[in-house]
Design a protein around this ligand. Structure first.
Ligand SMILES: *Cc1c(COP(=O)(O)O)cnc(C)c1O
Length: 451
């Protein structure tokens, strides 16, 4: 504790975070916060995905037909939709009841972004959107029909695209989504990666012809290097994960889709049957965009809880202290290191905390072994294998218990954020490790603070 600066040590929540123990902060009244003025960018992003659907269907044959589990929610869709299933998870719920020794009264559902088409993580929402927006800007600038999907398969566009570069800094999944889509549109792409990014992600990108630049330091360093390389360069677009409205808008579209999925499943979300959503959080862009969208769509009937690793609770720390990107987890003596590589972020987004922070209903920080054990639970109960980051939210409904300001009844949606691209041998290793940790999943009790 000697490392905690004096002005922070008076806050018992920060003191708990600094110990690395499971810590949950539930806010009693964020539902009254006003929405920032971002509805237009969300609607434009939804329209942009619709415009590009025929291009996706043609370019990625696995998206050409709408999968059965999406058909009832999107009967008009003709293929090329980047969307994932929404499924109830009673077997997982029962198993967690057993592991925690308590019966949870709500209904557990899963959002399957671990299996989003083409890039297998929630980054397919934000990352793809920003690449598509850039493609339309380039096409319009050169006098091509930017709103005609056929433009993007034309030799004229591809020739122009080859002279443009997209640059991004990433722990892995954002780089994958940006790199894969950029390469398919014909853009040159550079992905700056941090030391903790997995080797297979770098290999996969190189297979797509993407330039991968490795950095010895952390995520922030990789982003800074990417930004610096893009600054002076001509025809170069930098995807700024710390500050991007375009990424945000792409993530937010998930909420419009989710409402239709609940409708199709016959589930009404309202104040009698509220929705609580658990979102794994890294820099905050993904969960921030989804939260904005959900609050716009479901109003006060939805509560969003951000979940981070105990050693990297960047957004939790930024919002709780009000210092946002002016504070990092090392400032309270944490390491920033985690097995959940998609969440290995020490300093939060500059944009999300100040704009979306007031809309977030709760924060949780959990040790890696709980996050890794979640992979085992999902495998054994649903036959799903995800990457560790994806499971961060899984135990929170049980950990919050009666302290949940959200009514424990209602729908509890765990957003599974990544997994499908992980190579088989690594996935098998995550599953083995997770199953070995199952009995420890409820292990350390959480410190819970409500205000
Ligand atoms: C990126 C990522 C997140 C979190 O998104 P941020 O925008 O970094 O907060 C969660 N899970 C997975 C698997 C991710 O790749």
């Amino acid at each position: 504790m000697s490392e905690l600066p004096d002005e922070l040590s008076t806050d018992e929540v920060i003191r708990s975070l600094a110990t690395g123990r499971p810590t949950i902060w539930v806010r009693s009244n964020p539902t009254e916060a006003a929405l920032p003025d971002l509805a237009d960018v969300m609607d434009s992003a939804a329209a942009r995905f619709d415009r590009f659907a025929p291009w996706f269907a043609e370019t990625f044959p696995e998206t050409a037909t709408i999968p059965d589990e999406l058909e009832s929610a999107f009967p008009e869709a003709r293929g090329g939709m980047i969307e994932s299933a929404l499924v109830p998870a009673p077997a997982t719920q029962q198993r967690l009841d057993g592991l925690f020794g308590s019966d949870f009264v709500g209904q557990l559902w899963l959002k399957r972004d671990d299996s989003l088409p083409v890039s297998g993580s929630i980054k397919a929402r934000g990352g793809f959107h920003e690449v598509l927006e850039f493609a339309e800007a380039v096409a319009a600038d050169r006098g091509l029909e930017a709103h005609d999907p056929a433009t993007y398969s034309s030799p004229q566009f591809r020739e122009i695209a080859a002279n443009h570069r997209i640059v991004v800094g990433s722990t892995g999944n954002l780089g994958l989504s940006i790199g894969i889509l950029s390469a398919r549109l014909g853009f040159a792409a550079s992905v700056h990666m941090s030391a903790d990014a997995r080797a297979w992600k770098k290999d996969r990108l190189r297979d797509h012809g993407v330039d991968v630049i490795e950095h010895a330091g952390d995520f922030v360093e990789a982003v800074e290097a990417g930004r610096a390389s893009a600054e002076a360069a001509e025809n170069t677009h930098f995807v700024d994960d710390e500050d991007s409205v375009s990424l945000f808008a792409g993530y937010a579209v998930a909420a419009l889709r989710l409402r239709r999925q609940f409708d199709a499943a016959g589930v009404t979300i309202d104040e009698q049957n509220p929705l609580t959503v658990y979102l794994p959080c890294g820099i905050g862009g993904g969960p921030g965009g989804v939260t904005f969208g959900l609050r716009r769509v479901f109003g006060a009937a939805v509560r969003c809880v951000f979940v981070e690793p105990s050693q990297a609770p960047a957004m939790f720390l930024g919002v709780r202290t009000g210092r946002h990107s002016d504070i990092c987890v090392q400032d309270i003596g944490l390491t920033g290191a985690t097995a959940a590589d998609g969440l290995a972020v020490a300093r939060p987004s500059r944009f999300i905390g100040p704009t979306i922070g007031p809309l977030i209903s709760g924060f949780a920080a959990l040790p890696d072994e709980v996050i890794r054990a979640g992979v085992g639970v999902l495998y054994e109960t649903e036959g799903i294998d995800v990457e560790p980051s994806a499971t961060a939210g899984l135990t929170i409904p049980w950990r919050m218990g009666d302290a949940a300001a959200a009514s424990p009844a209602g729908v509890h949606l765990v957003w599974l954020t990544g997994g499908a691209m992980v190579p088989d041998d690594e996935r098998a290793a995550y599953v083995d490790e997770g199953r070995g940790l199952l009995e420890r999943i409820g292990g350390t009790a959480s410190a819970i603070f409500v205000d």
